[in-house]
Design a protein around this ligand. Structure first.
Ligand code: TRP
Length: 362
């Protein structure tokens, strides 16, 4: 059995600095919509960072299945499988359930109740102004038929963050408006209660630029321009072969462009020898380095990154009972935290602590 206490012990050990200046205890909270297996973009953008953050902080990763429903309710029946796929990805890349609490959003009723309370503090106009929601509405072609749950998902995400008293939220830039939204709600609650019920949170942005898809467009499963963490060696070769480079770089001797060249974007993200990549880039720019050579290097680099993940994932993906156990254990721990936060927030709304349905059975 693992416990939240273990996770915070680990953090205390690695953070044992002189006590006067001890920073407030940071709580890392992040999440993913389980819309299918994760891909290499997730690995570079968020998964590796979580593996590192779990060494230093108490961390919860939320499998946000309710959020996945907000724009995908027609595909609800696929979600349980996607949840297990994502679990397998997490464990295969080294997210350690003894250090990171992995929890299922839909099994945490306190988060739903927090959402309902917060909805009273947010205007429809404010939601419609959220740039990420706006962009996603355009992308999906919603007009007046936008699901209310989708418009309100920033509020549900504020419940996710605050429900764990999250202070650090590692996300991509597109999620910054969500954190701003969450902090506005936190300030409203704290003002209502006239005390600090909830902490504000900060984004941790990845230093690495977002990886493009093979065609140079936004990486997206539906555009079929990404590659999963369980890709075979053949998949990797085909993926790299399909990568957009520089259309004017026809012969090896031609000078080529590195900016917007997908092969170099992936080399920057994954090649363990950045000095050599710098060297390769200048040769490519000067002329004298062919796509075939750079692509061959990338195939080797990606194979080295993916093969241990692929092997670990293959061992665990069929262990559904184990994956479900890890998830319910994490969710149970998360339930204790989110229920206590809910009681504090209820108090700010002059509601008594919740008695009915306090205990869930899993
Ligand atoms: N919105 C995030 C995404 O699209 C997923 C998510 C859900 C999340 N709840 C969260 C991220 C809480 C950070 C914190 O990937």
């Amino acid at each position: 059995m693992t416990s939240l206490a273990n996770a915070s012990d680990a953090r205390d050990n690695s953070e044992s600095q002189p006590s006067q200046q001890t920073p407030a205890r940071e709580v890392v909270l992040t999440g993913d919509r389980p819309t299918g297996p994760l891909h290499l973009g997730h690995l570079a953008g968020s998964l590796l960072r979580r593996v590192e953050l779990q060494q230093r902080f108490a961390q919860t990763v939320l499998v946000a299945d309710l959020q996945a429903l907000t724009d995908n309710s027609a595909r609800a029946s696929e979600l349980p499988d996607h949840v297990l796929e994502v679990m397998a990805d997490y464990l295969a890349v080294g997210i350690d359930p003894d250090r990171t609490t992995i929890a299922l959003q839909s099994d945490l009723p306190a988060l739903a109740e927090l959402t309902v309370l917060y909805l009273n503090l947010v205007t429809v106009a404010r939601l419609e102004r959220n740039p990420t929601v706006k962009a996603e509405i355009e992308l999906r072609g919603f007009a007046r038929d936008i699901p209310a749950g989708f418009l309100c998902y920033p509020v549900s995400q504020a419940a996710d963050i605050t429900g764990f008293r999250g202070t650090l939220v590692p996300v991509g830039e597109d999620q910054l408006p969500m954190i701003e939204h969450s902090n506005e709600i936190v300030r409203r609650i704290n003002r209502m209660a006239n005390r600090d019920v909830l902490p504000e949170s900060k984004a941790i942005l990845s230093a690495a630029p977002r990886l493009p898809g093979a065609d140079g467009r936004k990486a997206s499963k539906s555009l079929k321009n990404v590659i999963s963490l369980s890709a075979s060696a053949d998949d990797i070769r085909a993926f790299v072969a399909s990568m957009f480079t520089d259309p004017t770089h026809k012969r090896a001797s031609d000078p080529g462009t590195v900016e917007g060249n997908v092969v170099f974007a992936y080399l920057d993200a994954f090649d363990p020898y950045p000095d050599e990549i710098m060297e390769l880039k200048s040769r490519y720019r000067r002329g004298g380095l062919g796509d075939v050579t750079v692509k061959a290097r990338l195939v080797d680099v990606l194979e080295a990154v993916v093969s241990p993940i692929r092997e670990r994932r293959a061992r665990i993906v069929g262990e559904k009972t184990y994956l479900r156990d890890v998830l319910s254990e994490g969710t149970l721990r998360a339930h204790a935290v989110t229920s206590s936060v809910l009681d504090d927030v209820r108090a700010a709304f002059a509601l008594k602590p919740r008695r009915v349905g306090k205990f869930i059975t899993m």
